[in-house]
Every structure is written in structure tokens, then in C-alpha cells.
Design a protein around this ligand. Sequence first.
Ligand code: ZN
Length: 106
Amino acid sequence: MSFDIYGNNLRKGYCEVHPNVHEEYPCSLCYAERQNKRERHSSQEPTESDFKEEELRQQLTDKDNLIKELVTMLKNCQDRLADGKISGPSFFAKLDALISKAIKQP
Ligand SMILES: [Zn+2]
């Protein structure tokens, strides 16, 4: 005695996944569902444009972070200028590097 996937008695010649279909497993409905799943799966695979979009998003995030960093530095600079505490060329070198990096961003 065999059973369908729901645990009911399986009639001979019927599909075990689709007990109402009078076809042996895998029936035509099984094939249709499998085909459906494959199509849905393949459409979920990332396309080239998805990759480009991801790359672009990353670039925007990088640029955003760069701008935030610059603004923070400028605020720092302002505070330190106000306090007369700006010292050494390293601060300006870092600022220069950040600015040229920001300009080079697409
Ligand atoms: Zn079936």
C-alpha cells in the first residue's frame, strides 16, 4: 500500500503529490510546477544591471561617507581655528587628500 504526500492512501495510477490527478508521479502538474519554480528562480538571479546598480549604490555610499568626513573635519577646523589650536601640516595634508579624493569621485 502506498500513500500520497498527505498520508492518505494512494490510488494506483495517481500522482502522490497531486492525488486527484490520474497520472503516475511525476504528473503533468508536477512538471508545470517544477517549470514555474525554475522560471521564478532564474528571474531572481542577479543580472548585470543589478550588479551595476549595487556598484553605483556603493559609490554613492562612499561619497556620502567622504562628505560626512569632510564636514566633520571642517567643523573641527573651525573649532580649532576659533580656539587658535590648529597645529602642524598633517591636518592640512589630510584635508587636502580628502578633498582631492572627493573631487575624483564620479
Ligand atoms: Zn503531481
